[in-house]
Design a protein around this ligand. Structure first.
Ligand SMILES: Nc1nc2c(ncn2[C@@H]2O[C@H](COP(=O)(O)OP(=O)(O)OP(=O)(O)O)[C@@H](O)[C@H]2O)c(=O)[nH]1
Ligand SMILES: C=C(OP(=O)(O)O)C(=O)O
Length: 212
C-alpha cells in the first residue's frame, strides 16, 4: 500500500516556542524550517510514501518544501493543528478518494525512511492507527486507510485521545526516529544522538557557534 502523508507546519515565526531556552528568537524559525526539511526529505525517500502534502501558510517554508517535492496546501481553516490536518486530508482525498492518508508531525529531524516504512506497513492492517511519541504522551503519526476518516486529535496528551477515538496504538520497537519529536532542548539532544538530517545538523551547529 502506498501512503500520502499530511504534514502540518505552523508559520515559522511562531513555531517551536518551547525551544526558546535553547534557540533565540532569531534562530528558532531557521531551526523549525530545518526540522521540516529533514522530515519531508526523509518522508519522500520512504518507499511506501507516494506523496507528501504540507499544510502551511508560511511562504518561505512552502517554497523550500515544494522544492523538495512536497505539495503545499494553504492552511485555509486557520483554526489550529487539527483543523489544518482535517483540511489537508480532505484536499488529498478530493484529488484521490481512495488514498491511505497519515498525518506526520514536521518536527522529526532524525526520521529514517525505512523506519517510517515499517510503521506505515503495520498501519495498513487497521482502519486507523497511531504511533505514540518518544515521551509516550503525544502522537507523531496517525494513519487512516482508504475509506476511513483521519479524525485527528493531536495536541497535549493526544496518545490517550487517539486511543479513546478507536485508533489502534502501534507497538513497534526500533522505530525511534519516527517517535522522536523535538519540543524541548532535551528532545533536540535526543534527536542529535539518534542522528539528524543535514539541514538540522547545520542549524544545530549554528546554535553552538552563537553559544545558544
Ligand atoms: N498548519 C498548521 N500546523 C500546525 C499548527 N499548530 C501546530 N502545527 C504543527 O503541528 C506539529 C506539532 O505541533 P507542535 O509540536 O506543538 O509544534 P509547535 O506548535 O511548533 O511547538 P510549540 O510552539 O512549542 O507548541 C508541528 O509540525 C507544527 O508545526 C497550526 O495551527 N497550523
Ligand atoms: C501535537 C503534539 O505534540 P506536542 O506535544 O509535540 O505538541 C501531539 O503529541 O499530539
Amino acid at each position: 500500500m502506498q501512503w500520502t502523508l499530511v504534514v502540518p507546519l505552523k508559520p515559522l515565526a511562531r513555531a517551536k516556542s518551547r525551544l526558546s531556552d535553547t534557540a533565540a528568537d532569531g534562530l528558532r524559525p531557521g531551526l523549525a524550517l530545518a526540522f521540516a526539511q529533514d522530515t519531508v526529505a526523509a518522508a519522500l525517500a520512504c518507499p511506501v510514501v507516494r506523496d507528501v502534502a504540507v499544510v502551511t501558510d508560511d511562504a518561505l517554508a512552502g517554497r523550500e518544501l515544494a522544492a523538495l517535492g512536497a505539495l503545499i496546501v494553504p492552511d485555509e481553516p486557520g483554526g489550529g493543528l487539527n483543523p489544518a490536518l482535517a483540511h489537508g486530508a480532505a484536499a488529498v482525498r478530493a484529488a484521490r478518494p481512495e488514498s491511505a492518508v497519515a498525518a506526520l508531525n514536521a518536527d522529526l529531524p532524525a526520521l529514517r525512511p525505512l523506519e517510517l516504512a515499517r510503521v506505515l506497513d503495520e498501519a495498513t492492517q487497521f482502519p486507523r492507527a497511531f504511533l505514540p511519541d518518544a515521551a509516550a504522551i503525544g502522537t507523531t503519526l496517525l494513519a487512516a486507510t482508504a475509506g476511513r476518516e483521519l479524525l485527528p486529535a493531536f495536541g497535549t496528551d493526544s496518545r490517550a485521545r487517539h486511543r479513546t477515538s478507536g485508533a489502534v496504538e502501534l507497538s513497534l520497537t526500533d522505530v525511534d526516529s519516527v517517535r522522536q519529536d523535538v519540543d524541548t532542548g532535551d528532545d533536540l539532544r535526543a534527536a542529535l544522538a539518534l542522528g539528524v538530517g543535514p539541514q538540522t545538523a547545520a542549524a544545530a551547529a549554528r546554535l553552538l557557534i552563537k553559544g545558544q
